[in-house]
Design a protein around this ligand. Sequence first.
Ligand SMILES: NC(=O)c1ccc[n+]([C@@H]2O[C@H](COP(=O)([O-])OP(=O)(O)OC[C@H]3O[C@@H](n4cnc5c(N)ncnc54)[C@H](O)[C@@H]3O)[C@@H](O)[C@H]2O)c1
Length: 381
Amino acid sequence: MSKPLRVAMIGYGFMGRAHSNAYKRLNDFFALEHRPVLQVACARNAEKAETFADTWGYSRVETDWRKVVEADDVDLIDICTPNDTHQEIAIAAAKAGKMIVCEKPLARTTAEAEPMVKAVEAAGVPNMVWFNYRRVPAISLAKQLMDEGRIGRVFHFRANFLQDWTISPDVPQGGAALWRLDVQAAGSGVTGDLLAHNIDTAMWLNGAITRVVARTETFVKERKHQLTGKKEPVGIDDACLFIAEFANGSLGLFESTRYARGHKALKTFEINGAEGSLAFNLEEMEYLDYFEYAQDSHVRGWRRIHVTNGEHPYMDRYWVPGLVVGYEHTFLNAIADFVKGLETGKSVQPDFRNALQTQKVCDAVLESARAGQWVATAVEL
Ligand SMILES: NC(=O)c1ccc[n+]([C@@H]2O[C@H](COP(=O)([O-])OP(=O)(O)OC[C@H]3O[C@@H](n4cnc5c(N)ncnc54)[C@H](O)[C@@H]3O)[C@@H](O)[C@H]2O)c1
C-alpha cells in the first residue's frame, strides 16, 4: 500500500523545477512506500503559479506561503525561494508540524539559521537541506572510498566553483531574476551561493573545518537595482578565496568566482592523501579519478572510474553499466534518501543542524575577509 506524501512547492524557479521533476520520477526508480503528490504550487504571482502548476501537475496554487504552511492537505514544505525567505517559511512550517526540505544555503547567516534548527528540533519534524552534490554518484563514491580509508591520511583538499555570468557591469542587481546579486536577498555572493556547496562536500568527505583565512573581492562596486531603478552599491562578494584548516590536520584551499571567463559551472575538487588521491569535475560528473599508491610502481597512475555500475552509489536504480545519469538525478537521489529516512526512522543528512555547520564556515570566511585575519569556525560535527 502506498502512502501519499503531499508536497507544497514554494517558488517555481530553477529549483522549483528541479525538485518537481524529482518528486514526479521518484517512484519510477526507487521502491518506496511513500508516493509524492504534487499538491500545491506557491508563488506570489497567481498567473505564473498557475502556469507552473499546469506544467508540472500540481493540484492547486496559492499566492501566500503562510496559507500553505497551515494547510491541512500538505505534509511536506519544499522551500525553493531566495535565501532571505528561508527562515520565516521554515520556522512557520515547523510550528505547523510540517516536514521541511529547504534549499541551500540554510539562511543568509548563522544567526538567522540557528532559530531554524531550534524550530525543527523542537517540533520534531523531518528536515533536510538540498546540498544535492552529495548525491552525485561519483561524489558518493568518493565518500565511500574515504570511509574505506583508501587514500590514507589526508593532507590536502582543494576545491573550485567557477562561473562567468556577472562580468558585465551592465548586469543589474535585485528583483526576480537577479536576487543573487542583492546582498539583502542573498546574504552573500559566491560564498553562500557556490562555496556553500564546496564546504558541505568538503566537510562530508574530510571532516570539520576549524579555521579559515579569506580574501573576497567585489569587482563591480555599483549596479542598477531592478526594484529602485537606481545605481546602488553592490554588497555581495563577486569572488572569494580561502585557506582552511581541517580538524584532521589537513589543509584546504577553496576558490569561487563569477568572473572566470569561459566557465559556467566548473565545480571541481581534489583530495590528496598518503595512500592516494581523488579528483572530481562536475563537467564530467560520471567519472571519479583515483590514484592508488599501493599499486606496483610500473602500473601506478591515475585511473578514471566510470561511475555507472550497479555496485556504485544509486546506480542500481537507473540503467545498465556504462550508461550515465545527470544533474537532475542528484535531486531524485536526495529525495529518495529523505523518504527512505521517513520509512526507516533515520534522519537524513544534511539536516538543518548539519547545514548550520556549513553556514558557520561561510560566516567565518566572510568575517575573515573583513578582518584580514584567521577566524575560528566553531563547527560542531
Ligand atoms: N542546490 C542547488 O544546487 C541550488 C541551485 C540553485 C539555487 N539553489 C537555491 O535555491 C533557492 C532558490 O533559487 P532558484 O535558483 O530556484 O531561484 P529562482 O529565482 O529561479 O526562483 C525563486 C522562486 O522563488 C519565488 N519567490 C520569491 N519570493 C517568494 C515569496 N515570498 N513567496 C513565494 N515565492 C517566492 C520566485 O517567484 C521564484 O519562483 C535559493 O536558496 C538558492 O540558493 C540551490
